[in-house]
Every structure is written in structure tokens, then in C-alpha cells.
Design a protein around this ligand. Sequence first.
Ligand code: ADP
Ligand code: MG
Length: 708
Amino acid sequence: MKKAEDAGHIKTFNRSSKISCGTPVQYLKGVGPARAGLLSRLGINTIEDILYYFPWRYEDRKNLKKICALLLGEAETVSGEVVSAEVVTTPRKRMKIFELGVSDGTGHLKCKWFNQPFLKRYFKEGEKVILSGVVKGSLYGTSLEMENPDFEILGKEDGLIHTSRIVPVYKATEGISPKQLRTLMYSTINSSQHLIEDYIPEDILKRNDLKPLLWSVKETHFPEEFSDIIALNRMKSPGHRRLVFDEFFLLELGLALMKKKETLEKGISFKDGGALINKFLQDIPFKLTGAQERVIREIKSDMLRPLPMNRLIHGDVGCGKTVVAVISMLIAVESGYQACLMAPTELLAEQHFINIHKMIERIGLQVVLLTSSSKGRPLDDISQGAAHIIIGTHAIIQESVKFKNLGLAIIDEQHKFGVVQRANIRRKGFNPDILIMTATPIPRTLALTLYGDLDISIIDELPGGRKPIVTKVFFSSQKESIHALIKEELSKGRQAYVVYPLIEESEKLDLKSAIEGFEAFKRIYHDRRIGLVHGRMPHDEREAVMSKFKSGDIDMLIATTVIEVGIDVPNASLMLIVHAERFGLAQLHQLRGRIGRGGYDSYCLLMAYPPFSEEAKRRLKAMESTGDGFKIAEEDLSIRGHGDFFGTRQSGIPDLNVANIIRDIDILEISRKEAFALADADPEMKEYPLLKEKLQRKWTGRLELIKS
Ligand code: ADP
Ligand code: MG
């Protein structure tokens, strides 16, 4: 009985009227459980997934070259008829080579595959084949050759799909060839095109000159109308433009709705006091910069309004974000609320704790540090409200941490906290205000996507007395010049940092370490006072060394990246970064921000150990050529590609498949504008049920976007 039911179930699924976007691929003709398993490896599970699995490149098989016109050294695609297929064995029987002879009437091409004799089974004389590979001349100049070309064998009925056109090439996987995938795509698009409904409002399409969705999907898989554009300029056809728009639009609309939803909710309206802040301002030994004052005004005006604040502070290393954070926290505390500050690592949290504790200890507030190892007392202080300011790591958003009345949450350092984490923090209080500080500025494009729901404040001014830093790359062979520079700075009375990638030698990595370096520097600079800090030192010991460096009792500080933040020694004018080729751009920039704080000419020496990658070269070059954090961030993005930033679990936003935030920035901006306007006009998507459904599918499991 059970069996019959199951069978019936499958049957109804097979009827095309019942097929929906979410139907598993298995119910497609020609896809059984085995193939469904293979497809799943490509991330294809449903019919919608197939329709949206786009080619990663195209091959022009419309204007296939004749063999006589092939160019040596070029990657080319040709078709021809098989005239011979044999396995030859090299003289000393070392290697079996499968050789395929192909002719098209204008010439002869020989293809070779090494150690794959089984290929012979696939080819029959007289069959038509397509081959793509780099063209070489044969040893004796008698024919053209390709080694290990990609091939497709054409059957009699294959003409329409696989040749005489611009053909899509899909990323395939073992067990399913690009050609099989192409066939499957072709039939799925034909059988399931009724599933592709245009969900973007008509007027948006018109205004932005966007093509219909169905047309765009078909045209991107199997180009017809704009095949010439596609052949030449891969991902910039009108079809792509529409698909890219959609992807960005759904992303931006999600962010826009979230933002809208928050503005519809009630937040805390803080009091406009100021006594604590005035006291604090009297205590600090400097005057706020104009940029700091402006940003504080922006934050304050957010905090006084009865809506939840969602603001991002953008500002380069050393621009003074910590003071801005402290003042914001004081606003909250003065109104009787708690405030917290979260850092991405324990070290950074500790550093913040020490700095902030020092800054406000005279005001008489209780500051506590909360990390994953905290137990008992701090937790009680937080839940009972004895703790005014809480500084910590991710531990702050753990279930077990209960606040008495969290009013403001500040998140330091970008990238690590996405929209989902922000939502988690919200639940810790009654819609606390949220402030995010990014120490390494992120490119505008990323800010628009990752932080599209935030208001942005920029601190674009460094406290006075900062000078540009001269940065130069040295190779490990130029140690003499490096020492000469260090000695010169020290003899002027300045101090220096030396940064290593590792604490101690490791068997796995052939890198210099801080402990090793400490010994070496002590030998070379025996008349100087040298200190060592790293993350495995007990916290008190580390602090003791750092404060000695700060007071000038140490000339040179050998360190790991623990000094990345929170250290401020204006007299330090030189930094040597050992194995600079191994550091990321953001980190190099962050480290360099430790010097140039005292009005002296400053030097950042990047010591690199060849051989290193092309990317490392670009990073070092970027460091040499600019000190501007925004330019560094743009360069970082272009070196790493945007994929790195879109680890979904981290950022909490949907993946991008066709769109690329570097290449398609123009479309991103259009889609953002449209999305925000729509969210404003119809925040519940009442008029756009199709769009609403699509949006919810896209953001499934990430956030509840629309209040139901
Ligand atoms: P970042 O923005 O990188 O977090 P910090 O907040 O750590 O920068 O500030 C860098 C240093 O500049 C700190 O030592 C801080 O005390 C100092 N500072 C901040 N604002 C000013 C200012 N307006 N004038 C002088 N020094 C300042
Ligand atoms: Mg900081």
C-alpha cells in the first residue's frame, strides 16, 4: 500500500503542471537519483537552481576557424572529422599516448592525450568532433597539434545545441560532462520556462532599460540575439545586465527592508545630558578633531531619537575612533543604560579594556571585560547592572550573558559581524542602538552591499601632527641597509617596532619568528634596550613591556601582530615588518598605523623573502605607493576578488552568482536606489507578492525580513 502511494506521488510530480521552482531536479526527465547526486555537488538541487546555473564562459562555435587558419600559440576551437584514432607507445614503452587525427578539408590537426589510452574507445572514424586547446606546431613542422584539448563528440542531432552557435560552457564535475550539462540545461529551459515569472515591478524595468527575465535567462544560457556581444565581451550583454540587476536588487531590497523595519520599531530615546562627557573631555590630554566632533554629533542625534540607531563609523587607522566610542557609551550610561563594545579577538578586547579603563577610571564607572573564559562575578555585574560598560569578544552575544538594560552596542572592526550577528545583538536588549566601527576602511562598493542598511559617518581627519610615512620594500638580501636605517632612527632618539608573523619557530612554516628575532636583535644591538611582546605572554608581563616602550625605557620592541591596535607611542618612527609578503594588505596597513604619530618623519620597512606570489607583489606595491586606507582597501578588494568578503555565514547576506561588485558597480548603484525607494513605498511588499516570495526564498534562513 505504502509503495503505491509513493509511486503516485512521483507521478503527480512528473506532471509538468505540478512542477515548481522548488521541485527537486530528480523529477526532471533524464535525471535520476545518481545524476541528482552529481548535480547537488554543483549546488544544483531544485529546478530553479538549474535555471540559474549560468555558464562561466562561452565558446564561439558559430564562426569556427578552419584548421588552415589556426594560429600557433593561441587557444582555439575547431571542428573536424575523425580520420584516425590510435594509441602509440613511446620507444622505451614508458608512456602510452592516444593520438587523434582530425581533418576539415583545409588541413590536418593531430591531438595527443598522455596516459589516457582508454580515450580511444570514445572516437570512431568519420565522427564529427569539437576540440579546444592551445595550438602547437609539431616537431617536424608537418602538422598542427593540440595537447590534452577539451573535446566534445557531436552526434547527428547535436547540431542545434552544441555547435553552429555561441555555446555555453558550464562548470562540470566528475561524472557529468560539460556537454551533458549543456543538454540538460537546454531541455530544462525548454520544459520549465513557464516557471520564470518576471517579479520585478514593470516601472523599474522600464526606467532602467532592463530586459524581461525569461528572455535574459534564455539568452544567457543560449545566446541568440546578442551572441556577438557575448562572444566578445563575456559578461556584459543585456541578458547579463538584467540578471546582475536582479541579484543586486534582491540583496539591496533585503537590506532596505531590514532598515525600514527597524525604523518602524521603537528604540531607546537617550537623554541629552552631558555631565559625564564634559568630565571626560576635561580628562583627555587633547582636543577633539573637527571630524570627531561632527561624527559625535551625528551619533548623538541618532541616540536622542526614539528609533534604533544603525550607524557605521568609517575611518582610517589612528583617526581616533576609540574616543568617539567612549563618548557614545557615556551618552548611554548617563541615561541609565549599559553599553558594550565588542572586538573580534580576545587580544583586541583586552587592549580596548585597558585603554578605556584608563580613560574613564576617574569618572567612577565600572568597566568589565568579558571573554569566553569569564565566569561568575562579571556575569552577575552585567545582569544586575553594576557594570556600566562591558568590553569583550563574541562572548557578549552568548546565550548565558544577560544584560540588565543594554542600550548601546558598539562593534569594533569590520567584516566579522554581518547582518545576522547584528540581529543577535539586538535581542540582547530592547532594541539597543548599534554602532559599528571599521578600523580598516572598506571600499564603498562593499559598504553598499555588506552594510547597505546602515547610515555611515566618516572620520576623515587624522589628529594633528601626523606625517605621511615613507614605505619601502627590502629583500632579505638587503639586511645591511635595513640596519643602517634602524640605527639612524635610534641614534636620533626615536624608537622602532619590529614585527614578525610567528611567535616562535614552527616546523611546518619556514618563517622567522619573534623569539628568534629578539635573540638576533639583542646580539646586533647590544647597546640598546630591546623588548619582546607576543600573544602568549601573560597579560601583565605584556603590559609591563608595552608600558616600558611607551615611557621610552625600551628602544626597540620586537613583536607579533599583538601591537596591531591600541598602542600609541608618538616617539616610534620606524617599523620593520619581517616576512611582509605573508601579511594581508589590511593588516599591513593597520600595523603601519602605529607609526607616524609624533610629527617625525617615519619609515615603514617591508622585508620580503622571495620567492613570492604575484599577489604578494601587488600587496607590497600598494603599500609602497599609498598611505590612503580607502585606496588600500580598493586594491585589497581587487587583488582578493569580492568572493572573500562574501562568506555567507560571516556576512549573513545571500551569495552573488552572476554579479561581481567590482565589474558591475554601476548596476549595483542603480539597483540599490530602486530597492530603497521600493522599500520606502511598500515596506510590506503588499503590491508585489511575486517579488516578496522570491525575496523570502533568497534570504531563507538568514533573516526574517518582512513583518508578517
Ligand atoms: P583608531 O581610529 O585607529 O581606533 P584610536 O582611537 O586608537 O584610533 O586613536 C589613536 C590615537 O590617537 C590614540 O592614542 C588617541 O588617544 C589619539 N587621539 C584620538 N583623538 C585625538 C585627537 N583629537 N587629538 C590627538 N590625539 C588623538
Ligand atoms: Mg581602534
